[in-house]
Design a protein around this ligand. Structure first.
Ligand SMILES: [Mn+2]
Length: 426
């Protein structure tokens, strides 16, 4: 794929950052101007460049989001993240909250699991990012009737334990903004899911550029939010190595506002000993076949869950390996929760992690896939169901691990070595 945007097209990107809180009539016009200007080009087909088509889509989506916020003025909303939110999700949710504030919409950013990666903890602490952990227990004690809607950012509701309960409480879904492949047929007032974009932070930066919020270098919170977005964008693009034109354009815009020193401080966060131990186990246990590296790491504490993607990140750096899959059984004693969690990382451009994981593990009895992905990364979660718990009996715990380990390996190796397919050979 090559891009043919000339400098003049780059310059023609609208930077109409003039939305003000008091003047929505003018705002609407501002957002509409670039839309009419570019819509003709977008429909032209052959002659239109990628840059222009994106431009027109961004303007259209920004205007739709503006109108959605207008229609929901003065509401209170929940912004629900995946159970283990990453920098892309956290920074994008914060941006959503800041944009929504201009419409007198108050947002609470919530996640059910834990901030497990050391960089995520550093991000939240150092920027003061306003995300709250709401366990299922917290949710039960909350008065949800004060919320008039909820938004899903960097997910589509399939990776959060909170979503089914919030839906049961009758709270309508207002917005879905994500870059993962379509995971379900969820309906919302505003829907912007673009799997071709490498980071949700890119989508949000585009909203900022289209004028939904004017970043101001003299506002500390804006600097911190821009830094968080830069971190989200970098971490979802493997430090920009998998970034494409629009991600670079977004990073270029953020470079005017972000605090490089603060970003450096976030990236300097050290791994805990337990994360190092999981990486060690993944190295010991890995099997490499057909350029796939597969490692089961046994049992992990809930708070160390993020060691799994970090181990996969590490295993994929081995010579002759293009794809790494690492998985383990994660248990949370407080919540009596036990689930097999896995991460896939690939540098192979032709391997679609979403397709691979769906093909390998299939769906549960209600038709829900055990996992999915985006460009170069994917993940899965398989409940241990009736087999969960009882781990104080070490013989049982060992047997259980061996069953899950063998079953996951069989399912993966069926795709890795189509010739060894146990089903076909019968
Ligand atoms: Mn993301």
């Amino acid at each position: 794929m090559h891009f043919n945007s000339s400098l003049s097209q780059i310059e023609s990107l609208p930077l109409t950052g003039d939305l003000t809180q008091d003047d929505f009539e003018i705002d609407k016009d501002l957002v509409e101007v670039p839309l009419t200007k570019h819509s003709g080009t977008a429909l032209a087909g052959d002659g239109s460049s990628l840059g222009q088509r994106n431009n027109s889509l961004v303007n259209q989506k920004s205007e739709e989001l503006h109108n959605t916020f207008l229609a929901h003025r003065q509401e209170r909303q929940l912004v629900i993240l995946q159970d283990f939110p990453d920098p892309d999700a956290l920074s994008s949710a914060w941006t959503y909250q800041l944009i929504a504030q201009q419409y007198d919409i108050k947002c609470d950013i919530v996640y059910a699991g834990a901030l497990s990666h050391q960089e995520n903890i550093a991000l939240v602490k150092l920027t003061g990012l306003p995300a709250q952990r709401w366990t299922l227990q917290t949710l039960k004690n909350k008065d949800l009737s004060s919320y008039q809607g909820f938004a899903l950012i960097d997910n589509q509701g399939t990776t959060s334990q909170l979503v089914p309960l919030v839906q049961e409480a009758g709270i309508p879904i207002v917005a879905v903004i994500d870059h993962h492949s379509i995971q379900s047929d969820i309906k919302s007032d505003f829907f912007d899911v673009r799997p071709s974009v490498r980071a949700t932070a890119t989508i949000f930066t585009q909203y900022l550029q289209a004028g939904l919020l004017t970043l101001d270098s003299s506002i500390n919170q804006h600097i911190k939010c821009a830094t968080a977005l830069m971190h989200g964008l970098r971490s979802d693009t493997n430090r920009l190595m998998q970034a494409q034109e629009e991600d670079f354009m977004a990073a270029a815009y953020l470079s005017r506002f972000y605090d490089a020193q603060l970003l450096n401080a976030i990236l300097q966060a050290n791994r805990s000993k337990r994360v190092m131990d999981v990486i060690e186990r993944s190295l010991k246990n890995r099997i490499v076949q057909n350029n796939f590296s597969i490692a089961g790491v046994g049992y992990l504490r809930y708070d160390d869950r993020d060691a799994i993607p970090q181990a996969a990140d590490f295993l994929v750096t081995e010579e002759n390996v293009h794809t790494a899959v690492v998985y383990g059984i994660v248990h949370d004693e407080d919540e009596e929760l036990e689930v097999v969690i896995g991460s896939l990382r690939t540098t192979k451009l032709t391997l679609d992690p979403d397709e691979f994981i769906k093909e390998a593990f299939g769906q549960d009895s209600s038709g829900r896939f055990f996992g999915g992905g985006r460009t170069s990364a994917g993940g899965f979660e398989i409940p241990t169901g009736f087999l969960s718990g009882g781990n104080e009996n070490s013989a049982y715990a060992k047997m259980k691990w061996e069953v899950f380990d063998s079953q996951i390996k069989q399912k993966l190796l069926r795709l890795v070595n189509p010739k060894d397919n146990p089903i076909q050979s019968e």
